[in-house]
Structures are given as C-alpha cells and as structure tokens.
Design a binder for this molecule. Sequence first.
Ligand code: AMP
Ligand code: MG
Length: 344
Amino acid sequence: MQTQVLKADSKENIRLAADLIRRGETVAFPTETVYGLGADATDKAAVAKIFTAKGRPTFDPIIVHVASIAMLPTVVNGIPEVAWQLIDTFWPGPLTLVLAKAGKIPDIVTAGLPTVAVRMPQNEIALALIEEAGIPIGAPSANSFGRPSPTCADHVIEDLDGKIALILDGGTTQIGVESTVLDLTCSPPAILRPGGVSRECLEGILGKVSVFSGTGDEVFKSPGQMKQHYAPRAKVLLFGGKCRERVIAAMRERIKELKPGSEIGVMVPEEELSHFTDEDVVAIGLGSFTTMEAVASKLFEAMRALDKRGVDYILTLALSREGIGLAVFDRLFKASGSQLIEVD
Ligand code: AMP
Ligand code: MG
C-alpha cells in the first residue's frame, strides 16, 4: 500500500483524511499527546486494519476519540456524575476515561471488555478530523507495537510507511507522552496508565485514586499493560536512587563495563550531561529536570534518535515522579522491561 503524507494545514486535506476514515481506511494524525493511528471506531473491519498495521496483539484495547459530547452516546453506555466533573475540567485534553461500552462499539476495539476507553483530544487537527468524519475514531499511538510512540510525522513514516493509507502531518506534538487512562468502573478510580493529566490533579477532584502502573510495583489491571513497552531497539538500563552523585557514579561504572564491544547511548537531563562528556558515548539531553514537561516532550524522540545512532544500550535516569514525572517514569520503566537498577 502507498502511504500518502499530507500537511494538515488545509480544510481540503482534513476532508480527504475524513473521507478515508469514513471509507474504512487508516489515517495517522497528530494529537496533543502523540500521533494516533485512526479508523472508524464503529467499523470492526476498519479497526482490524489498525491492529494489522501496528502488529498490535488483539488483547490490547484501543482508545476511542470524540470531537463533541454529542458523540459520547455512540461510545459509552451512561455517564456517571463523577465522569461529568472530569469531562468539564479536563476535556478536551489528555485524560482518557474507561466507562461502560455502548453497543455500537465492536468488541475488537475493547478486546472483548464490557468497558471502553474514550477521550476528547486537545488538538485542532484531531478535532477537525473527527468532526468532519462525523464518527468516533479509534486510535492507538501510530507506532509499531512496543516501539516508542511517535511525536512527529517522520516517526510514523519510520514505523508504518506502506502499511497505512495516510499520514496527516501537523508538526511535533506538544506533550510528548500519551494520555492518562483512568478507570471509572471501579472504586476508588484507578489510573491504568499515568499520562498528560497528573495523579495530583485527578486527586484534587476525586480524592484517593489507585495507580496500577508506573509505580514500580508489578501490578497490572488493564490487558494492555505490558512489562516491556515504549521501547527502543537498544537495551534500556534505568538507574535510580536517592543520592544523585552515587547514581551517576554507578552509571559511569556500568559504561566502563559495557564499553568494550558495545555502543552506548545516554539519555539524561541537560544538567547531568557534563558527567558523560568525557566518555565515548552518544549523550542526549532531555531538557531540564526542573520542568518535567520538557523531559516528557523529548523522551520518545530521544529514544528514537539513539536507535538511529545504532547504540546497543541506553543508560538513563529515574527522575521526579510528581506531576507528569510519573508518566515519564512509567515510560522509562516499561522501556527498561520493568527493571529499575536501584543504587544505594
Ligand atoms: P495506546 O492508545 O496504544 O497508547 O494504548 C491505549 C491504552 O489504553 C492501553 O494501555 C490500553 O490497555 C488502555 N485501554 C484501552 N481500552 C481500555 C479498556 N476498555 N479498559 C482498560 N484499559 C483500556
Ligand atoms: Mg501505544
């Protein structure tokens, strides 16, 4: 299949993309989090194409995207009061709600679950596309399964060229990590995946929420929660510990052990880059660790850049787990195959 790439800067191109969606094809498009690979969420044959293109296992359910509240009855069966509060506060935005599924959503979308994940993205291109298509769009991240999520059109081309109908190029995504997935069908509500809306913000409205991912605990609740995910080809070694100097020293020690015969990449906040300049490594700065938003927006791009340099290992550092920091930790932890190297 020939994959078309179109700039998302004209109504005409949005219309073309919406037509493809309505005809049961797959289209990659930008959201405020990462690029999504979309198809008509009410058409099981169209959704099946997403799974094939990504090589995604069918037990991993996908998120349905809406452009308006009016589209919700097609997706969910009833909206509890607490969901309305969250919708009022965080939509459009990077918060996905897991609710009871409506009959129009085929089982392939939810991996057979009676629940469905739904969100309204905060991105004009995404909203215009869904609105123009006139149907909810099912869209996981537009990467090959297990790989780092795409934050620009080039990343989508890297993974899916020849496998999907169209890529709408809307530049680089703003947040850089995926949405927070919040299950409202249990009590207390549970974060199944930390993301763009922080745990602290949710607790401001909901009181206590439980977290089933990104904590370092081996507890999984959602079928899509894999121990290894969001991973570059290189082996990721994630270092953590209370004393930053000792963690850096342990990383440098490991580089010396691995160096003979391997190419090493390092991915750390700008402030720590100087500790690695005397080593023969490819070091990439993630932005300042004083703004975890900056780290989040660079994370997947840095993983892909290091893969392109052909490194065998990527050494990286666990940072603050507050705010969007929890999502950053979650992605690094999964990229490492859920192995945190704790330095005393
Ligand atoms: P992706 O869109 O590829 O970034 O991943 C979607 C995430 O949403 C996965 O981690 C899924 O496990 C989760 N998800 C989607 N639908 C459901 C659902 N019905 N129940 C629980 N988790 C879900
Ligand atoms: Mg994904």
